[in-house]
Design a protein around this ligand. Structure first.
Ligand code: CP
Length: 309
């Protein structure tokens, strides 16, 4: 049966992820054309519902929907009637009354997209909920890894940083384990919960011992707004033990890739030299994000066949 929502990568089958990744490949080709647009979602209306700040996710979802010829409306909490005292529930009821086909929601509360999905017949896509999941980031990361490394079975992926507060880490861990990748987690002890060892990830204490073996090095943002910084002695110490520094670049394999979901705290998670390194794919992740989000929108709202015009 056709899926209504994309709420996370924990509860989605590998087969469905593969369908979206394959759609992403097709849309990446379309995005390289002189006119990078297809009429596949003409007549559909998509609502970006952002209760938290975003640059990459919001803009790339908007672009993805427009590249598919959908109509897009944007809600941003910081410019909405929430500031006049309207409740979140009233806000949602009013937007539901506008009869949109798909909500793309980012919210600081884990589970907010699941709540919305239960109260609307429209599709709901999780664009990041609290510290739980960010499935389209996980999908675009897996897509980027597969483009560089091929089959991810037994590939070694090291995720470094604030795993506890990272919805990006969660979605990557859930997705990567489905593809048979070996997932290693490193970071300050209070920021690396044990729960992921139970599902197959491994915790690493000293990143210098494993950097030379891994195929992917993924830095994560220190999430000051979720209290992540309060678990750290100092940013200097974080950089010393967990930062991808210019020195550590020398330890990483020639054919490995270096990733970060953004936004980066330069000089903390990554030294600025990383951006100039040929193994760094941070901007490619952003490009791939548009294609993957087109894939997700088409998977949920499309007719099954990409219309060419
Ligand atoms: N990676 C990511 O979610 O970035 P934004 O917060 O800019 O959307």
């Amino acid at each position: 049966m056709k899926k209504k929502d994309l709420l996370g990568l924990r509860d989605i089958e590998k087969r469905e992820i593969e369908i979206i990744l394959n759609l992403g490949e097709k849309f990446l080709e379309i995005l390289k054309r002189p006119i990078p647009k297809v009429p596949s979602l003409k007549g559909k209306t998509v609502c970006n519902l952002f209760f938290e700040p975003s640059t990459r996710t919001r803009l790339s979802f908007e672009l993805a929907a427009k590249r598919l010829s959908a109509d897009v409306i944007n809600f941003s909490a910081s410019t909405s009637a929430l500031l006049k005292g309207e409740t979140t529930l009233d806000t949602l009821k009013n937007i539901l009354a506008m009869k949109v086909d798909c909500f793309i929601i980012r919210h600081s509360s884990s589970g907010a997209p699941h709540f919305l999905a239960r109260h609307t017949e429209a599709s709901v896509i999780n664009a990041g909920d609290g510290i739980y999941e960010h499935p389209t980031q996980g999908l675009l990361d897996i897509f980027t890894m597969r483009k560089h490394l091929g089959d991810l079975e037994n590939k070694k992926v090291l995720i470094i940083g604030d795993i506890l507060h990272s919805r990006v880490a969660r979605s990557n861990i859930f997705g990567l384990l489905k593809f048979g990748a070996e997932v290693y987690l490193a970071g300050p002890k209070p920021l690396v919960p044990d729960e992921f060892e139970e599902i197959g990830a491994k915790t690493v204490n000293n990143i210098d011992e494993i950097l030379k073996e891994v195929d992917v090095v993924m830095g994560l943002r220190v999430q000051k707004e979720r209290g992540g910084a309060s678990y750290l002695p100092s940013f200097e110490d974080y950089r010393r033990y967990y930062g991808i520094t210019a020195e550590r670049l020398k330890l990483i394999k020639e054919d490995a890739i270096i990733m970060h979901p953004g936004p980066v705290n330069w000089g903390v998670e990554l030294d600025y030299e990383v951006l100039k390194d040929k193994r760094c794919v941070i901007h490619e992740q952003v490009t791939n994000g548009v294609a993957i989000r087109m894939g997700v929108l088409f998977y949920l709202l499309g007719s099954g066949e990409i219309k060419e015009g």
